[in-house]
Design a protein around this ligand. Sequence first.
Ligand code: AMP
Length: 397
Amino acid sequence: MSSFRTLNDADVKDKRVLVRVDLNVPTENGKVTDATRLERIVPTIKEIADKGGKVILLSHFGRPKGRDAKDSLRPVAAALATELGRDVAFAEDCIGPQADSAVAKMKAGDVLCLENTRFHKEEEKNNPAFVAALAKLGDIYVNDAFSAAHRAHASTEGLAHKLPAYAGRAMQRELEHLSAALEKPKRPVAAIVGGAKVSTKLELLSNLIEKVDALIIGGGMANTFLHAQGVNIGKSLAEKDMAGTAREILTKAESKNCAIILPVDAVVAYHFEANAPSHAYGLDAIPHDGMILDVGPQSIERIKAAIDDAATLVWNGPLGAFELRPFDHATVVIARYVAEHTKAKKLISVAGGGDTVAALNAAHVGHALTYVSTAGGAFLEWMEGKPLPGVEALRVK
Ligand code: AMP
């Protein structure tokens, strides 16, 4: 990863280090309900503090319109202190006199969390005066928030141009794994794309066709492809107006030598609800009043065979309506298969996106893949092949 400066290159001793983290964690009544994002930034914070740096944390939280007590970072800073096993001081503002005096009080090794950057509308506008006000508080900038890197905001992008900028350890891990999956992958590369709609994943499909050797399509979006090929899909979720686009994707895939693996059978029910009676059908026999809610058993075998052939796998989106049992079946079986192959060192596996992470966790294999990105929007934009402003700003020119 020679194109990014990391903490290996930073001299942090006695420096004020502005660290952009993602403290935008889920909370309920002021309590953090999932600390995954906090766990991931602990190594960066400890490393800087242990090397004698002053750690000044910057983050957004929620989508406040101006200052709003319910979007204060104070309770998250407290949860982070527990996670770190160290004190985390808090300042009521991220710029101005309160931030200045809190920073001035810091000693080497201290950790300070500044209030929600989005309490200032200038944050999302990447306003130069706001960037300058933040920059005044630090000597060095470290970005450890990959999940916010698709935004060109003051704390995610602007600051990297104002101060010497480095990738934190969580950012570094994310970039290394994502690069190993799509930029310089071990071939053959397969991708699984599932989920509800083709329309929300058009750019992702187009980019993957250029980069992968086999593209496995499942979920509701597979219905649109099957319909485009003349298969009767009954009352299944599909975007019939996207049939032309689906055919274009198939043609493009052929010209790029990317094998497209679509379902060859389907699990059909008559109600979109858990435990609805269901049955597997071949594609020539889908009932007119039925709904495809999962890929069928023969499709599962084909997907397994495609995974057997792959050295690298990228995954976004469930293969069926996984929130409703038993229509999580294919997703769970394939998740376990991917986990086994990864464990046996036959496969490098990278997955991401909100529903995908939930599906992997439901299959109890969240920790068994090579890397699972919790980044949501940033992960999808990366899969679409888009440059992420927060990452680009860190690149060594
Ligand atoms: P996405 O956010 O695009 O990844 O879509 C995830 C959603 O797609 C989940 O809520 C799944 O329940 C839904 N989904 C996947 N397959 C199907 C299907 N065959 N029919 C209806 N919904 C589906």
